[in-house]
Every structure is written in C-alpha cells, then in structure tokens.
Design a protein around this ligand. Structure first.
Ligand SMILES: [Zn+2]
Length: 642
C-alpha cells in the first residue's frame, strides 16, 4: 500500500498532469483530506486554486466555491473542464435552461465542483436547492473580503459562517493572496480554523524590482514616458485612480506614438473585452487602467506595472504589482509618488460613513415598521430613503445582526412575473382537483400585460392567507417543467426583530461610533501606506513584513532604501484659503434643488464631489459647484462650513 503522500502525488499527476507540488499546496490539500478546515495565503499566480481543485476530486461530495468575480470563475471552470473534472457555475448570465441543467447535475451527484457568487446564497430558491445537495467542502476565494479590517470588506461575506452552519458543510477552505496577520486571525476565528492549518507562503518575488519615484504632479508624464521607453513594445500596465485620468492619459500616450488603451468600469463590457484581448495578444501593449483591470488576467510577460496615482491601499498595491513578471523574468514596478492624490482616496472613505441622523432614521423605521417581530426592506429603497450608500447600509444591517437586534431570516423576490409557454387550458390540464383550483387562482390573481403576467401577491394573500410559500413553490414547479417562464425582481430582505424596544438614541450613538472607528482606521491605513512607500528599510522587505512573511530577505539590493536614499513623497502644493462667501455661492444651485439649506456634511460632500444617494437623486453631479473643492481635504471643507 502506498503512503498518503505518494498517493497525493499520484492523484496530482493523474488528474492534473503535474509532476510535483508547488510551495504550500501539499500541506493545504493534506489538511483537507485529513478532515480539517484550512486557510491558504498564497500570492496571486502561485497555485492556490489547485488546493481546492485537487481536494475536490478526492472528497466524496460536492465542493461549493464562492467566487467574487465572473471572470475568475470562468477561467477556473475552463481549467477544470479541460482536466476532465465535472465542474459548473451558476451565474446571472445563464439562460434558465442552462441553470436548470447545472442544478439537475448537482442533485444527481454528477458534479464535483459548483461555483457561485456570494449574492447567490441570498436567493431563497438557490438556498433551498443547495440544502438538498450533500456538500463536502465550502471554498471561499478572496476570503479576506470577510474581514472588516481588510481592504475589500464585503458585508455579505460576514454571513458565510452562518450559511456554512445552516447548510451543514463539514469543511471550509479560505483562499486569499493578501491578508495581514490581523486579518488572518479574524478569518480563522470566524471559521474555527486551527493555527496549524493556516499555510502562508512567501510574498517576496526576487524578479520584481520595486521602486518609488518621488515626483511632482507636473513632471509625471515625462517620467512615465521615460519609463515606458525602457521596455518598448513590452506589456505594461499603468494604474490610475479615476476613470477620467485613464482616458486622458491613454490619449496623451497615443499622441506620443505609444499603442495605449484606457480600461475602466465605465466602459461597456464588449469594449472592455476587446481591449483585454488586444492586450493579451500584444496588439496594445500599454493599458492605462483603474483598479477594475487585472482580476482574472493571467499574462506572464507583463514587464512593467506603473502606479501613476497612489494605490488605494497596500493590499491593492501588492496585488497590482503582483501581476508583473509571472514568467519569472525581471520586471519593474514603479510608483510615481506624491501626496496630491491623497484627498481623492480619503474622500472615498468619508463617503462611506453614514451620518448619525441617517442611522437614527433606519433604526426608527425598524421600530415603526416591525410587525409580529418581523421587518422587511429593500436595499435600494432604504438606501435612497436614509441617504446611506448601499455598501455601508449593508454593513449597518450586518452590525445590527451581530448585536442581536436583527436576525436575517430569508429574502424573497417581491415581484414575480411569468410568461405562459402554453395556453391556460393546457396548463390547467396538468393538474387535478384542489391543485388545479389553486393554479387557477394563481392565474386569476395575475394581471396580463402584453405577454407577461404580473403576479399580484397582495390580492392573492387576501384570498389565501399564509400561502405565500405554496404560491412560490407552484410557480417554480411550473417554471421547472417548462410550462411557463418565471422572472423575479426586487429582492426583499426579511429580518426577525428580537427586541423592538431598543433605545433608538443610544443605539444610533454606538453604531455611529462604530462607523467612526472604521473611518479612522481606514484613514490611518492610508497614512500607513504612505509610510511604507517612504520606508527606510528595503521596500520589498517592508511589504513582505506587512503581510506577515518573515522569510523575505532583508535587502533586495536595488530599491531606493537599499541604496541608502529612501523616497520622500512631496506634499501637495498649497491650495488657496477657503472663503465662506465663495462656498455659499457654489452651494446656491444645490440649495435651490433641495428647496432648503443643505447641512454642513451634505454641502461638503457636494463641494468635494462625494456622491450620496440624495445627491444622486437630485442629479447633483450636473449642478454647477459639484466637485469644485475636490482637491481640498473633506474634513477641512466640512469644518469651514460648520
Ligand atoms: Zn530593497
């Protein structure tokens, strides 16, 4: 009989055709096959996906993978299918038939891996389906999204431990490329992962030469051209903060005869795909991109990554430079650094802190609207009504869950509509007796438009009290049979309110303090990032230490700090003093639209160009004065207005 390790090697060779494990992979797979949960922190491109892929082929039941990005899912799917592993995804772009086929395969035990987005788990139809499928392993890709102290917190991820319990999934594997020691601890605690099953491989990549060049804003273009001139025709990515900069900078490079293209989330997906293809096959070597570019891009020969603006965080910086030199060849990563863009980054943070009055408004609504211990809401409606952006609003609701005020029960689509695929008589002929009468009632309570029936829950529930679930099940059943096509819209979340007698004022104050602490920590993280770029010790070493990698060499030998000349990022040029009269004039258009004087917070957001739901509703970005003080620190503008 072969030893466990050689049988793992055999599986690796047989299924994937690889002759050996890369660093860390064996430990992770072994922990999973021994029945433990595990966490793998590997830099991008170092084979962390293989850990779950190999484990999935050896575990008895289905592996459920939560992935944040369609592009990532598609790449992994193509890889698994090429290796003959039964894998599938359910995503929003699929037809009804495709999704049904995948679900049927999963139910029948014909799949080893199923990939979905975290949002899919909020769908009651999906949860009911997956609860019936035996699962071996839950894999969370980009798992740092679960930590509030990480760089890309996604409130929905905080509920994953709960889903895991509800769905009874015995084991978990968390995967990420970027997590500080504090974030790792937070992740491990939430999923009960023992320290000995956490595997961290090194962050240091000797072929990446990291540089910080201190440069005034006016001199950046010249320096960029000089840098691009070092690797003519080679693949380079230039990162900028704002979509507008991507466009104008790409145009300036084109004017200099460089084949460059802009890439950002504001472009339609077809165009983005074409730009990405051109880049992959080398037709457009230089991409000027926002943060939207890079996830799921696997191009080995990117010779330079240049940060024209400050990155959003150390984690973003690490991921972005990590796209260079995957082929192991020497590659340059240069940051063109000064403090001019700092306020733009800070403004992203300020816009995500809800005001006290807004928090109180949400609490008051819970108090007023809770009935029989239940409260319902739609995110879009509550966001517009409370003037809290959707992401912080989700965070607020998760906070209330953690404090035990609310408990998420289920979500449902409050709008159902369907199109009959056969006539009413033929549809009714499928049923007998009481069931037939029930289906007839469903049709009777639906209003026919041009070709779609809108199901009227309210009138139906008056005639059939308490039969909501049965109606939904019947509609889904007919949809599955292909007798009608069902569509759902407008997700309503239902919460249990454990105690509606909470003290609105006190709770609003403590929640506001909690958001304030987050804001402080995010602002501090930006300062920490600047300190890292001005490091007196080796930049590569400082970066590796930030991520808890103790094995990195202390000196790379070529960064500025190693050469004894640490970078000093120049301060932003002094701005003219703020004048109350000028600000009032700039606010006139907003006051007119609002029909009232805006408070200091709203006014400061307007002047600094920070969007809030209320400003979006007023189409404030088209008014004169919007963003007029975007280069000023928000806190200063707000203080001046007060
Ligand atoms: Zn160095």
């Amino acid at each position: 009989m072969s030893s466990p390790s050689t049988s793992l090697d055999a599986a690796l060779a047989q299924v994937f055709g690889f002759s050996g494990f890369r660093g860390g992979q064996r430990e992770v797979v072994q922990a999973l096959l021994d029945g433990h949960s595990a966490m793998a922190i590997f830099p991008t491109g170092s084979g962390k996906s293989l850990c779950y892929q190999l484990a999935a082929t050896q575990l008895p039941h289905l592996t459920l993978l939560i992935s944040p990005l369609l592009a990532l899912m598609r790449d992994q799917l193509a890889f698994l299918q090429a290796k003959g592993i039964a894998a599938a995804a359910i995503d929003s772009t699929q037809s009804r038939d495709e999704a049904q086929r995948v679900m049927a395969d999963a139910r029948a035990g014909r799949l080893k891996v199923l990939m979905v987005s975290v949002e899919r788990l909020k769908n009651e139809r999906f949860r009911r389906f997956i609860a019936e499928v035996p699962l071996s392993l839950l894999v969370v890709d980009e798992a740092h999204c679960i930590s509030e102290w990480g760089h890309n917190f996604r409130p929905d991820y905080l509920k994953l431990p709960q889903y895991r319990q509800q769905l009874n999934i015995p084991q978990v594997l968390l995967l990420t490329a970027t997590a500080t020691p504090a974030v790792m601890q937070d992740m491990a605690r939430r999923f009960d992962i023992a320290p000995e099953h956490v595997t961290v491989t090194g962050f240091y990549r000797p072929n990446l030469h990291l540089h910080v060049r201190a440069v005034a804003q006016a001199d950046k273009d010249a320096m960029l051209l000089q840098l691009l001139g070092r690797t003519p025709g080679a693949a380079c990515v230039v990162y900028v903060t704002q979509q507008q900069t991507a466009e104008t900078l790409a145009a300036r490079l084109q004017a200099q005869g460089i084949a460059a293209a802009a890439y950002h989330a504001g472009l339609d997906s077809e165009l983005r795909e074409r730009i990405q293809d051109d880049f992959m096959r080398g037709a457009t070597p230089v991409i000027v991109a926002t943060i939207a570019f890079g996830m799921g891009i696997d191009k080995g020969d990117i010779r330079q990554v240049i940060h024209y603006d400050l990155p959003k965080s150390v984690e973003n910086y690490s991921q972005e430079i990590g796209r260079a030199g995957r082929d192991g060849e020497l590659s340059l990563c240069t940051l063109l650094g000064n403090r001019d863009g700092l306020h733009v980054l800070e403004n992203f943070v300020y816009g995500d802190t809800p005001q006290w009055a807004s928090i109180r408004h949400v609490l008051q609504r819970i108090r007023d609207e809770a009935q029989n211990g239940q409260w319902e809401m739609t995110l879009y409606g509550l966001s517009a009504d409370s003037n809290i952006r959707q992401l912080p609003l989700k965070t607020l609701l998760v906070y209330l869950e953690v404090q035990g005020v609310l408990q998420a029960q289920y979500s449902y689509y409050s709008e159902y509509r369907f199109q009959l695929r056969e006539d009413e008589d033929a549809l009714l002929a499928h049923f007998k007796d009481e069931r037939r009468e029930f289906v007839a009632a469903l049709l009777a309570h639906s209003k026919l438009g041009r070709s779609w029936h809108a199901f009227d829950f309210e009138s139906f529930l008056q005639a059939f009290p308490g039969q909501r679930q049965r109606a939904v099940t019947a509609l889904e059943f007919m949809d599955e049979r292909g007798w009608l096509t069902l569509e759902t819209k407008q997700m309503t979340e239902v919460y249990a309110v454990s105690d509606a007698a909470f003290d609105v004022e006190a709770l609003a104050a403590s929640l506001h303090a909690q958001f304030q602490a987050r804001e402080d920590s995010e602002l501090a993280r930006l300062q920490q990032m600047l300190r890292l770029f001005e490091t007196e010790t080796c930049l590569s070493y400082a970066l590796a230490s930030y991520f808890g990698d103790a094995a990195a060499p202390r000196e790379c030998g070529h960064c500025l700090a190693c050469r004894g000349k640490p970078a000093r990022l120049p301060a932003a040029p002094a701005l003219p003093t703020l004048h109350a009269d000028g600000m009032r004039a700039a606010l006139a258009s907003l006051a007119e639209k609002l029909g009232d004087e805006p408070d200091a917070h709203l006014a400061a957001c307007f002047l600094c160009g920070i969007t809030l739901p209320l400003l979006t509703k007023l189409r404030a970005s088209r008014l004169p004065g919007f963003g007029q003080l975007a280069r000023y620190p928000f806190a200063e503008v707000r203080a001046a207005l007060r």
